[in-house]
Design a protein around this ligand. Structure first.
Ligand SMILES: Cc1cc2nc3c(=O)[nH]c(=O)nc-3n(C[C@H](O)[C@H](O)[C@H](O)COP(=O)(O)OP(=O)(O)OC[C@H]3O[C@@H](n4cnc5c(N)ncnc54)[C@H](O)[C@@H]3O)c2cc1C
Length: 493
């Protein structure tokens, strides 16, 4: 029997942690299942004077339960541990812009999100207040400012670059980072981690239970009630197969893990996986084509630590869903240390993030040949960047060099690190996309699976399209919004 008003949240990464907190704040009992069985994975972060001087994150590995059939270089980073990938993330937390939710419509209706920026804005702010964020709070073109606890702005001698960017309709500002206070020494690799920052404080609440070493294998569908009423999971501590009853389930295993769990959840009513009645589950998988390189200037400028951010070109002058952002920072550890003393230098490190136009051909689906550690089909990840998506990033190198030139600095490109293949940035999304119509989406505007509305998918699997911005802040805002609605519905059922 489902436990009245008990929600089972699967995953303790930023998405699951946020959903759990929101449900508890709204008076709903929560049990969180987390596959990771060990304790908290420690690291070390030393942050002085607003600059990260030393950072050691726990090891990051690819998960064994995947096969790859698109670009053979594809990486599938997964962290089965308390806090998920937030043990390793950088903490960049830009908001999506209003147009990021609508611009895909220029291509086709299927690329229009069913939610708007305005609907999400209160949840963005709520999450930002809890992180907390170091940034310049101003709105800049193509990136709204958010709630900032610790203010920061680009060094004065970079303002000529900002003016040149503005002439192209772009913004140039500090990169919003969940970096916390200026001085910090913590035994973790990141200032914000969803376990230490959200889940651990929840453990004090009587209505919250965390079950570690609990790897969810299947959501149990009841044909009688027409809903999911339990979760079958492998208990890594006892080696047994256990079941937990639920009134509702929040799936937040990361975009690959969530697709896998839904694919595994077959029943008479869902023979091809829960939420897969239209054959969309796992499809429209996308990631960010990204590239690292550095450039040398003919004259020194202040080191950019923390990093600066050049926003994408305006929507009106870009092809739909084709964009790039540029993050500018130090090019070496030595420069990062020199930045602490207000020194200047001529080398700049750049990370570019481009976009993909989500397509049905990119798909995460059960493998027909390999199995995972539980004897279930492994997840086959089939993704590759099109020539246009690669060209979009390669062309963007020259745009930045031209812009530096216009600002009065002759810049020469240095080494380009070859990372233009899927998975290098761990920003997968789209495998259970949200859409107003079930013919284009696996979940609705409140993250509820079409045909199984007491199951919510709350990680970036739900992304309809990907902006050229880091996804996690938007993931957390969407998870909070969906969980608040779920709590309301459970209380008023
Ligand atoms: C090196 C690196 C740097 C990054 N930098 C940034 C950045 O600067 N900004 C940004 O926005 N993003 C960044 N990311 C991406 C960011 O970490 C992810 O977007 C974010 O962690 C996703 O949160 P999530 O909760 O959806 O998934 P995850 O963090 O992957 O958490 C999923 C959780 O679910 C658990 N789980 C999975 N399957 C099961 C199962 N079957 N049963 C039970 N539990 C399960 C996992 O153990 C894990 O704890 C970075 C990632 C990496 C690797």
């Amino acid at each position: 029997m489902p436990d009245e008003r008990q929600v089972v949240v699967i995953g303790s990464g930023p998405a699951g942690a946020t959903a759990a907190r929101e449900l508890l704040q709204n008076g709903i009992r929560v049990t969180m299942l987390e596959s990771g069985s060990g304790g908290f994975q420690s690291g070390l972060l030393v942050r002085l004077g607003g600059k990260n001087l030393f950072r050691r994150t726990p090891p990051l590995q690819e998960e064994a339960g995947h096969s790859v059939s698109g670009d053979p270089r594809t990486l599938c980073y997964v962290k089965h541990a308390l806090g998920g990938l937030s043990n390793n993330w950088t903490g960049a937390v830009p908001r999506f812009a209003p147009e990021d939710f609508t611009e895909g419509e220029r291509l086709h209706e299927r690329f229009r999100w069913p939610i708007t920026y305005t609907e999400l804005a209160p949840y963005y702010e709520k999450i930002e207040r809890s992180l907390p964020i170091t940034a310049d709070a101003r709105d800049v073109p193509q990136m709204p400012g958010g709630h900032v606890r610790y203010r920061n702005s680009i060094p004065e001698d970079w303002q000529a670059v900002e003016r040149a960017a503005n002439k192209h309709g772009q913004g140039f500002t500090t990169y919003p980072l969940a970096d916390g206070p200026a001085n910090l020494i913590v035994r973790r690799g990141t200032a914000f981690n969803s376990y230490t920052g959200i889940v651990r404080p929840l453990l004090r609440l009587p209505d919250f239970r965390l079950q570690t070493g609990a790897h969810a294998l299947q959501l149990e569908w009841s044909a009688t009630t027409g809903q999911v009423d339990g979760v079958i999971y492998f208990n890594r501590h006892t080696g047994s197969m256990d079941r937990i009853g639920a009134s509702a389930v929040v799936v937040a295993c990361g975009p690959l893990g969530s697709a896998k769990l839904l694919h595994n959840s077959v029943s008479g009513d869902f023979p091809h996986g829960l939420g897969n009645s239209q054959g969309l589950l796992g499809r429209f998988l996308h990631d960010h084509p990204r590239e690292w390189w550095s450039f040398q200037m003919d004259r020194p400028l202040q080191f950019l630590a923390p990093s600066a951010y050049l926003t994408r070109l305006p929507y009106a002058s870009s092809p739909p869903l084709m964009a790039t952002s540029w993050t500018l920072g130090t090019a070496s550890v030595g420069d990062r240390v020199r930045s602490r003393f207000g020194l200047r230098g001529t080398a700049v490190g750049v990370q570019m993030i481009g976009t993909m136009i989500p397509s049905e051909a990119c798909v995460a689906q059960p493998s027909t040949t390999s199995k995972d550690e539980f004897g279930l089909p492994a997840l086959d990840v089939c993704i590759r960047y099109s020539d246009a998506e690669v060209d979009n990033v390669v062309r963007a190198r020259q745009h930045l060099l031209n812009l530096m030139d216009e600002a009065g600095y002759r810049a020469t490109i240095g080494e380009v690190v070859p990372t233009l293949f899927p998975g290098t940035i761990a920003h997968y999304g789209g495998t259970a996309r949200m859409h107003a119509k079930p013919e284009y989406g696996v979940v609705d505007a409140w993250n509820r699976v079409y045909g199984a509305p007491n199951v919510l998918v709350c990680d970036a699997a739900c992304f309809t399209t990907a902006a050229e911005k880091n996804p996690t802040l938007t993931v957390m805002a969407i998870a909070a919004r969906a969980a608040a609605r779920l709590a309301h519905d459970l209380k008023h059922a």
